[in-house]
Design a protein. Structure first.
Lengths: 230, 230
DNA sequence: ATTTTATGTCAACACATGTACACTAAATAA
DNA sequence: TTATTTAGTGTACATGTGTTGACATAAAAT
């Protein structure tokens, strides 16, 4: 019932409008949503936090008009949640390399740290976003990040269960270990990404400290429980 | 506009009697500067980050007119730095209890965790501020926090040097250990403070995980280096 | 070919923000 | 006492903000 009427209106307005002030619209084929996400990440990397990033600034940076934002997200909060999801989708790949790594404990640890650094540098913006919003302003985003971390931790716990020394550990203790490792690795990543200028020497030093820390933690594993009451 | 004689007398008496003495003046309506700092902490605890907290909102909350803010700080950035300083002045007291603690390793660890939780709860706002701004928006604040953490870490390293097993550790390794412990404790504190509703059971559980993690780290200490090359 | 949907534009709004300027009153120094 | 410094108030303004509503058009569906 509205078909013919719409047609009529369309034709009328089309013919009525003056064509000399035509605005050429660039075809965006649906990648604007991704542009918004990426643009936000980039802006957040500079010196802003999520709730100080304005909708207008973001759309300005992306190259669309403010109101067009609402075609893709109900508001900035939802953009934040989408960013969290995207970030963790990226981060879950960190442990993929670890799975296939074999050899001495030290080799594995070195591999983990290297993989961590590589992934962190490759997905710098996502890592930085999670780091800065983890305890930052937006409560919803905070909780989403907390959930994501719990997920990572659970996956690592599953991986850990395959190691000889950890075979007989309780699920609780495995989670505890995984949490400790995830936290440490998080700190390492944040530390490394904080350095804007990529001083290779300083980075190598940070990595060595990281390896030492992980090694120290692992050193305690064989003596867990048995020496815990000393 | 006044007579040059008065100015001359002023200068003469000042230079003659107390050129360097700082005069303390009591503000008219209480310590507004402190009110600004405390008010900012309180507002930041809710759901904001430093750079999304507006000068007007803060002054509104404190009960002064916006422009009066500039009587106390050149801008919000400087307020942020003052907050960092105040926060770390408070946090430095955490390890004070630890110093006097003696007994088994487990006792000490339990004491540390309890002290940490107690201090964190007591100075909730300061801890939350540091947590959320550590990797947050403002670069200056971020760097100030980084420095503060390094300071804490150094102090802990000094304390650690007194323990038997650590006597012969290198300074570097002690710093590494201190960093690992400070990071872990930071995570613990943030985890606990994140819980708004003070569920005593959940808190106890978090504390036990924390104790386990610290114990695991400590377990590795006697085997450091000796088992590191495996 | 025609209609629909997705995605963009423009104009307007009511309001918040940082800060400059001029002024005032209280506390302190002289 | 008087003068000066400190810390507050009120006005004003240019600029930035989120969001509504009406309209436009490219691409996809019919």
């Amino acid at each position: 019932m509205r078909g013919s009427m719409n047609t009529l209106v369309n034709i009328m307005t089309k013919t009525a409008r003056n064509p000399d002030r035509r605005v050429r619209r660039v075809s965006r084929r649906g990648d604007t949503r991704q542009d918004l996400l990426s643009g936000a990440l980039k802006l957040l990397d500079e010196d802003k936090s999520l709730d100080s990033l304005s909708l207008r600034e973001l759309t300005r940076h992306v190259g669309i008009v403010p109101t067009a934002f609402y075609r893709h997200f109900p508001g900035m909060d939802e953009l934040g949640l989408a960013l969290v999801e995207e970030s963790f989708r990226v981060m879950r790949k960190i442990f993929a390399d670890v799975r296939n790594d074999t050899g001495s404990t030290d080799r594995i640890i070195a591999g983990v740290v290297k993989s961590l650094v590589t992934h962190a540098r490759k997905n710098r913006l996502h890592f930085r976003f999670v780091a800065s919003e983890r305890y930052g302003g937006n409560p919803g985003v905070r909780e989403a990040i907390r959930n994501g971390m719990r997920l990572l931790q659970g996956e690592l716990a599953l991986e850990l269960a395959r190691f000889p020394y950890l075979k007989e550990w309780t699920a609780n203790d495995l989670q505890m270990l995984a949490a400790l490792l995830v936290n440490s690795m998080t700190m390492i990543a944040e530390e490394i990404l904080e350095q804007r200028g990529l001083d290779k020497y300083a980075e190598r030093e940070l990595m060595e400290v990281a390896e030492k820390q992980l090694r120290l933690i692992v050193l305690g594993i064989p003596h867990w429980r048995s020496g815990a009451t000393g």
